[in-house]
Design a protein around this ligand. Structure first.
Ligand code: FAD
Ligand code: COA
Length: 402
């Protein structure tokens, strides 16, 4: 009987089942045993990065022409799910080594930019994607970081915050408002910057986060940061529609974020399933109580639904010729999966009684970790607006007087 992980009947190919088994083995034998330590020390898990890289689980989506294996998004999702079952932090690293900024560069970048970014992710160096600012969170298009044209290149000034891996990552993809030589605004563009090689790029305060503590969330500061023309990521329709194009690329990261939540929930469910058979009260295994049986049944329903939505969103990449997953499917998957996963992890913790509330138990960490996913990468509220706008085929401006 299959109780977790995608069953063959889901439609995985032989190759995908093989990738999934290899990822599960690595997760159980290497990544899982280190997860508590990563959480406790709040150190970026370089040994896990090395293990992912050696297994070929970074740069999976890089095409063969750039030296990658050219795997599908679903292949990468299977790996992310297995990592997140045992360690949310490693799941997130697997996301950013396969989706997000790398998807944008592979789709929109020049040959040289693609080569540069592919090299980083194939070596396990996850790029950071820098969108959010203190005054522009959900209202991302209100960013104030500016890129002023200077000769052939640009000079950037501004500050981003809550940037995952900022200061650890080498490659940064920074969204900025673009101005031409006369100071006329042109739209929004992407700018690539490599840590330690870009004067004017620095890192500020690290957030003391509730969970996912092994990855720094930091301020990224651009102070008269010069970007040469070779590092400007020009969206296909130019800066005018640059924001829409860059957010389109970002749909890949939304699928990845949903997958980490899914993995955390699947891992929690597996722990609960084992525990209820072992723990006895009233002279019988607690699995014999209908109150818990129905909770488990509901958890399994939510997991299967979340998995189906997530895999479907991953598979939508390529449909209609788009290099990214569909915006509505990605948002639907992330809304449902992030919310369901919080419930599943919370119910798993409940089944452990007091033991679930102890820091000795992985569920305490998983509960903190999973709480993030209705927030980062587009909140559950904002994503509902994205879905509504697409199903109604209406623009739904949120701005007063717009
Ligand atoms: P706000 O936009 O201030 O929202 C506050 C509340 O109001 C939320 O509940 C929101 O849903 C609600 N709200 C706002 N507008 C509306 C509306 N129109 N309708 C209904 N409700 C609304 N950003 C990056 O650029 N790069 C990263 O790598 C990155 N990593 C992150 C990692 C973590 C762990 C976290 C927590 C965040 C990360 N972020 C990152 C930032 C994240 O994307 C933002 O937190 C998110 O977009 C929300 O912005 P905000 O926090 O400013 O909330
Ligand atoms: N995929 C494809 N296109 C997208 C998109 C997405 N996920 N999000 C926005 N767009 C397009 C819109 O369709 C619109 O195109 P149009 O002009 O052809 O209609 C354009 O981008 C502007 O979007 P709009 O909704 O008008 O922008 P807005 O200023 O009202 O802002 C968002 C809304 C997009 C900023 C908001 O929905 C959002 O996603 N906020 C969360 C930011 C986020 O996820 N940050 C994560 C950082 S890690």
């Amino acid at each position: 009987m299959t109780n977790s992980g995608a069953p063959r009947s889901w439609g995985l190919t032989e190759d995908q089942v093989r990738i999934q088994s290899k990822a599960r083995e690595l997760a159980n034998e290497v990544i899982g045993p280190r997860a508590a330590e990563v959480d406790r020390t709040e150190q970026y898990p370089w040994p896990n990065v090395e293990a992912l890289t050696e297994a070929g689980f970074t740069g999976m989506t890089v095409p063969k022409s750039l030296g990658g294996p050219g795997h599908s998004f679903l292949d990468a999702v299977l790996v992310v799910e297995e990592m997140a079952k045992v360690c949310g932090v490693t799941g997130r690293i697997a996301v950013e080594c396969n989706m997000g900024a790398i998807s944008a560069v592979l789709a929109y970048g020049t040959a040289a930019q693609q080569k540069l970014a592919a090299g980083f992710v194939l070596e396990g160096d996850k790029p950071a994607i820098c969108i959010t600012e203190p005054g522009a969170g959900s209202a991302a298009s209100e960013m104030t970081t500016r890129a002023d044209r200077k000769g052939q290149g640009y000079v950037l000034n501004g500050m981003k915050h809550w940037i995952t891996g900022g200061g650890v990552s080498r490659l940064h993809l920074i969204f900025a408002r673009v101005f031409d030589q006369d100071g006329t605004e042109e739209g929004i563009g992407g700018f690539l910057a490599v840590r330690d090689e870009t004067p004017g790029l620095s890192f500020g305060r690290r957030e003391p986060t509730m969970g996912l503590r092994g990855i720094p969330e930091v301020e990224v500061i651009m102070q008269d940061m010069a970007v040469g023309p070779h590092m400007v990521l020009l969206p296909p329709s130019g800066f005018k529609r640059g924001f829409a194009d860059l957010m389109n690329a970002y749909n890949s990261q939304r699928v990845g974020a949903g997958t980490v939540a899914l993995g955390l929930a699947a891992g929690a469910y597996e722990l609960a399933l084992k525990f209820v058979k072992e723990r006895h009260q009233f002279g019988r295994p607690i699995a014999e109580f209908q109150g818990l049986q129905w909770m488990l049944a509901d958890m399994s329903v939510q997991l299967e639904a979340a998995r189906s939505l997530t895999y479907r969103a991953a598979q939508s990449r390529g449909e209609g010729g788009s290099p990214f997953p569909d915006a509505a499917l990605a948002a639907q998957a992330k809304i449902f999966t992030s919310e369901a996963s919080i419930r599943v992890v919370s119910d798993a913790l409940q089944m452990f009684g007091a033991a679930g509330y102890s820091r000795r138990n992985p569920l305490e960490r998983m509960y903190r970790d999973v709480r993030m996913f209705t927030i980062g990468g587009g909140t559950a509220q904002i994503l509902r607006t994205v879905v509504a706008s697409r199903i109604l085929e209406m623009k739904l401006p949120q701005r007063r007087n717009s």
